[in-house]
Design a protein around this ligand. Structure first.
Ligand SMILES: Nc1ncnc2c1ncn2[C@@H]1O[C@H](COP(=O)(O)OP(=O)(O)O)[C@@H](O)[C@H]1O
Ligand SMILES: [Mg+2]
Length: 456
């Protein structure tokens, strides 16, 4: 199992504070050690001054005995402080210096000296005393046992280690508590998120009591929920629309066939029924093909088989195909402007003819449809404008939705099943472009763009 945020924070706090405590502890230990050392040396030097003065005055063997007594008196019973006098004449010596000490002294005439002797550690100071009378030059050593000093330092170090560890653990525990309290909104958020059910897609997470960091996360999450809800609603609506569109031709086919089978029919009558059924079947195939095309575009298929040519020329050719229809409707088409760009010919014609068919359908007799082609920066715009009843604002952005029709009454019109503009949108997308629609002063404009960047 992964460690929780509180645990991680607690461990981090503990480690960080342990580091800080150790540093401070080490510095304290160092200061204490230096101070203790200074203190000991000053203790040693006070005695050394006194003993040195007495030794310096001493100039014969007789007086030396008195000096020994005095040094004996100065040496405490526990022998924590010791004196040694070392010289070439054993009559003028004191304290029975061991060969080891003599060896050290032969290379160390003056100053502080640390050494081990008789199983103890000594902190000492050495002074050279000049010859006087009978007495040759000697070295005077005054030393204190540094065991108590060591002990103090060790106890202090031990206490520091225990305090550091305890402090670290305490900070860790406190950190854990604080982190738990600080992260409480996160736990309540996760409980809330768990309570979200797929049955009610309108549910959202509450934003109000959350800290700023989480509020951002929650609003993004709510945004995602909203998109899911919208996509789901669209999908549900789409299924209903598909079923509805397919039901009408199927009902027609079944009805006509049942009627035809009810009685004995002549061959010409049956032929007529079959002809009518064929039309309905073709309509079904049209819907299914359009849906398959849209599905391919949804899956990110792009226009690959492109040609680089004049858009106006291609529009004119499309208009030629619609000649008969135009004549029937009594409308004309004018193509304005031009731009050379690359596109897949069949897709381009499909989009253009869908736009033209809509324009023809929504134009009065005698009207003129204008196809305007223009290059704007990195895109080529193809806009089809026809005079007609204004399209209300709320419909404009939905025109390109599948099965969407402004005029619901047209739902059953034979050739239009509300996928025309969805296909225009899909074609635009396959060429890296978009779609647009506008309705101003009795003129409706619907069109698409092609990305000019995809020019070859
Ligand atoms: N030139 C236009 N003028 C007015 N309304 C239009 C025009 N073009 C499209 N529309 C509206 O947009 C709807 C969707 O168009 P489309 O996707 O081609 O579906 P269909 O033509 O099958 O109804 C149409 O039903 C119509 O209401
Ligand atoms: Mg149409």
């Amino acid at each position: 199992m992964r460690a929780s945020i509180s645990t991680r924070l607690a461990v981090m706090f503990a480690v960080a504070s342990l580091g800080v405590f150790s540093l401070v502890g080490f510095a304290l230990w160092h200061v204490l050690q230096r101070e203790l050392c200074r203190h000991q040396l000053s203790e040693v030097n006070t005695r050394l001054d006194y003993a040195g003065m007495m030794t310096g005055r001493n100039d014969n063997a007789e007086k030396w005995k008195m000096l020994r007594t005095k040094l004996d008196v100065l040496t405490p019973l526990d022998r924590r402080v010791r004196f040694w006098v070392v010289g070439p004449d054993p009559r003028f010596e004191y304290g029975d210096a061991s060969p080891v000490l003599r060896e050290r002294l032969s290379t160390h005439a003056e100053g502080p000296l640390d050494f081990e002797l008789e199983g103890r550690s000594w902190r000492a100071s050495v002074r050279s005393i000049a010859a006087n009378g009978e007495r040759p030059a000697v070295q005077l050593v005054t030393a204190v046992d540094s065991a108590s000093f060591r002990e103090t330092l060790n106890v202090f170090a031990g206490a520091l280690v225990v305090l550091c560890l305890a402090g670290g653990a305490l900070v860790g525990l406190l950190g854990h508590r604080i982190a738990r309290v600080g992260l409480a909104p996160l736990s309540s958020l996760s409980r809330e998120a768990q309570a979200l059910s797929p049955r009610d897609l309108s549910q959202r997470l509450r934003l109000s009591p959350l800290p700023r960091e989480l509020a951002d996360l929650v609003s993004s999450f709510n945004g995602a929920l909203e998109r899911v809800e919208r996509a789901y609603a669209q999908l549900e609506g789409f299924n209903a629309d598909v079923a509805h569109e397919l039901r009408t031709p199927l009902t027609n086919i079944i009805g006509q066939t049942q009627v035809a089978l009810a009685k004995e029919r002549t061959a010409p009558h049956l032929e007529e029924v079959l002809q009518s059924n064929l039309e309905e079947l073709e309509r079904l195939r049209g819907i299914v093909n359009d849906m398959l095309f849209l599905a391919r575009a949804d899956q990110g298929e792009e226009a690959l088989d492109r040609v680089h040519t004049s858009a106006a020329e291609e529009v004119s050719k499309t208009v030629e195909f619609l000649d008969v229809l135009l004549e029937e409707a009594g409308v004309s088409v004018r193509v304005e402007g031009d731009a050379r760009t690359s596109f897949e010919r069949s897709l381009f014609r499909r989009a253009a003819s869908n736009l033209l068919l809509n324009a023809i359908e929504h134009s009065e007799r005698g009207a003129e449809i204008v196809v305007d082609i223009a290059q704007r920066k990195s895109e080529v715009r193809i806009a089809v404008t026809n005079p007609g009843i204004p399209i209300p604002e709320q419909h404009l952005e939905r025109l390109f939705d599948r099965f969407y029709r402004v005029d619901g009454a047209r739902r059953n019109s034979r050739d239009n099943h509300g996928l025309g503009l969805s296909i225009v949108k899909a074609v635009a997308k396959m060429h890296g472009g978009t779609v647009f629609a506008a309705s101003t002063e009795g003129h409706n404009t619907v069109g698409f763009t092609l990305s000019a960047a995809s020019q070859v």
